[in-house]
Write a protein that binds this ligand. Structure first.
Ligand SMILES: NC(=O)c1ccc[n+]([C@@H]2O[C@H](COP(=O)([O-])OP(=O)(O)OC[C@H]3O[C@@H](n4cnc5c(N)ncnc54)[C@H](O)[C@@H]3O)[C@@H](O)[C@H]2O)c1
Length: 280
């Protein structure tokens, strides 16, 4: 899809970080964009800003781990703009913990937000994109979808799952030359991902209390201070859609890890040291 003008896009996790930059970028390319997020206030602030900057956008408060909510997002999109061409399944969260510490609640929350959301997104939106005749689905995985660091096991499983889902989707789209898919595997990007716990629903808290996660909620963190600008990630995603490329790997370090991994795999070898380690 090389011409975005007048088309319709949907971005999840659009009130912050990568999703927000994607929504802004698609609007600046002339698309009408539906922004979905669970954080109502930030969502409306983002939509208001985009509209004030001359974009066409609307917000739909959505918990992406709910099938009903994704179906509502699709019907609101069709009601408002009558078609959909680009879907970016992007919302995601991280529950920190070693495998013998992660709770069932940690797993359920992470798999719901990161993986079920993408399954529901594809099931619900692909038929609508096919009706539009052309389009693109982007799913946000991670460098942790290509290697599995210590300390984020549930996250890693969902991100590997997203790579598998998107690869399957791309293969199944072969009969539809005007509809394609890409998987986004970012390294560190400036965002609020390390404060993911802010959005964990109470029913999935551990021990009846919200957890700190990788950093305390609402604390600015040094962890991602020098990380990539999300606007640059959005630029890479738009280029991938325009030139129909499947893999969107943002960082050279990730490419090196993939190279080492492939070499070890072909030799029946051992894992090399992971790029990141969240086990402390
Ligand atoms: N920032 C990084 O370094 C990095 C690296 C690799 C992958 N990613 C991935 O990028 C994606 C975007 O994250 P980000 O880094 O911009 O973080 P972020 O926390 O800034 O943005 C994530 C957005 O998802 C929303 N969200 C959380 N739970 C939700 C739910 N149940 N329903 C709907 N929306 C929900 C949040 O409110 C937030 O607006 C995630 O999938 C993340 O795993 C980020």
């Amino acid at each position: 899809m090389d011409n975005f003008d007048g088309k319709v896009g949907v971005v999840t996790g659009a009130a912050s970080g990568i999703g927000r930059s994607m929504a802004e970028r698609l609007c600046s390319e002339g698309m009408s964009v539906v922004l979905a997020d669970i954080e109502e206030e930030n969502l409306h602030e983002t939509v208001d800003q985009i509209v004030a900057d001359g974009g066409t956008a609307t917000g739909v408060v959505t918990d992406v781990s709910s099938k009903d909510a994704i179906e509502n997002l699709a019907s609101e999109t069709m009601k408002k703009y009558g078609a959909v061409h680009v879907l970016h399944n992007n919302a995601g969260v991280v529950a920190a913990g070693l495998l013998d510490d992660l709770t069932v609640n940690d797993w359920e929350w992470t798999i719901g937000v990161n993986l079920w959301s993408v399954i529901y997104g594809i099931q619900t939106f692909l038929p609508l994109i096919k009706e539009s005749g052309e389009g693109h689905i982007v799913n946000t995985s991670s460098s942790e979808g290509l290697q599995a660091s210590a300390g984020t096991g549930a996250y890693n499983v969902t991100k590997f799952g997203i790579v598998a889902l998107t690869e399957t989707l791309s293969n199944e789209l072969n009969p539809f030359p005007k509809i394609n898919a890409s998987v986004l595997c970012p390294g560190p990007v400036r965002s609020r991902i390390v404060e993911s716990e802010r959005n964990r629903p109470e029913r999935l808290w551990n021990d009846g209390a919200p957890a700190a996660g990788l950093v305390e909620n609402d604390q600015s963190s040094d962890l991602l201070a020098g990380a990539m600008d999300p606007a640059l990630v959005a630029e890479l995603v738009v280029q991938a859609i325009q030139t129909n490329r499947f893999w969107i790997i943002t960082h050279d370090e990730t490419k090196e890890v993939v190279q080492q991994r492939a070499a070890a795999l072909l030799e029946n070898g051992s894992l090399s040291a992971p790029l990141y380690d969240f086990s402390e």
